[in-house]
Design a protein around this ligand. Structure first.
Ligand code: AMP
Length: 288
């Protein structure tokens, strides 16, 4: 596996890989890789595609007071994991490489930025969309792989790629969970033992909402109540939001009268954890 830090070199290497004719995939990450990320790499490599994995802790998607400085970084370990997984290239640029002097572009998707995580993380999705657009420009992949764990990010990227006619196929990967149901996340490393013990209640809450969906067409209020019952009041976990939205447009839904994304954000102390499921009335949790 090649490790590339320079964006111009990355463009040259990507062009050589593309010339092989098997297709080129990009998996954008912020590193501190876990099994969830590696499942994306597995999907990227399917059908013999050559695969670039980017590791870049993108400063423009962190708000003031968020965890940019303490975000876990371990490039050596990431490289070893990616090598084993069969990735072709680890692209690890620095901030100067991605945002050279004079960089002035900012992508925004206002209607996607005022729901779910948006109001709590002003500027986050603009930062994500912008950095992904830059990475797409550097690598020019045929497909890019994103996890359903970050469902709002996935919807933002899909919309941007369609709007800007970037011609990149977006592959969505299922959420990879710990055996007790907690969605894998680089931020799980922040949890204290007590918080880690409580955290699976998030998945139990989502499963309770899915059980309601199986029975019919619950309202958003009923889904939230089912989730809240599992988290309980005044404990280690506190709910930031638990909302039902359209899976593609992120427009809020009052009732699960068609497929809906039930998405939650929960605080365990300072650590913010997100999770979600796509629910179908009369069926329960599905992936779309
Ligand atoms: P991050 O490094 O957290 O920015 O994540 C990079 C990519 O990995 C994103 O597309 C995430 O949605 C995806 N990802 C992170 N955690 C998981 C998980 N537990 N299951 C599936 N995909 C994940």
């Amino acid at each position: 596996m090649k490790i590339v830090k320079n964006p111009e070199e990355m463009t040259r290497v990507a062009s050589d890989l593309r010339a092989g004719g098997c297709g080129l995939a990009l998996v954008p990450t912020m590193g501190a890789l876990h099994q969830g990320h590696l499942s994306l790499v597995g999907l990227a490599l399917e059908g013999g595609r050559r695969t670039v994995v980017s590791v870049f802790v993108n400063p423009t998607q962190f708000g003031p007071g968020e965890d940019f400085a303490r975000y876990p970084r371990d490039l050596e370990k990431d490289a070893a994991l990616l090598e084993k997984e069969g990735a072709d290239v680890l692209f690890a640029p620095d901030a100067q490489g991605i945002y050279p002097e004079g960089f002035s572009t900012r992508i925004s998707l206002p209607s996607f930025e005022n729901v779910l995580c948006g109001p709590f993380r002003p500027g986050h999705f603009g930062g994500v969309a912008t950095v992904c657009c830059v990475l797409f420009g550097i690598v020019r992949p045929d497909v890019a792989v994103f996890g359903r764990k970050d469902a709002q990010q996935l919807a933002v990227i899909r919309r941007m790629v369609a709007d800007l006619r970037l011609g990149i196929g977006i592959v969505a990967a299922p959420i990879v969970r710990e055996p007790d149901g907690l969605a894998m996340s680089s931020r799980n490393a922040y949890l204290t033992p007590d918080q880690r013990k409580e955290a699976p209640a998030i998945f139990r809450g989502i499963s309770a909402a899915a059980a309601l969906a199986r029975l019919g067409a619950p309202s958003a209020v009923e889904l939230r109540a089912a989730f809240e019952d599992e988290i309980g009041p005044g404990g280690i976990l506190s709910i930031q939001y638990a909302d039902l939205v359209d899976p593609s447009t992120m427009v809020p839904m009052d009732r699960l009268d068609r497929d809906g994304l039930f998405a939650v954000a929960v605080h365990a102390g300072k650590t913010r954890l997100i999770d979600n499921a796509v629910l179908r009335p009369g069926v329960g949790a599905v992936e779309v």
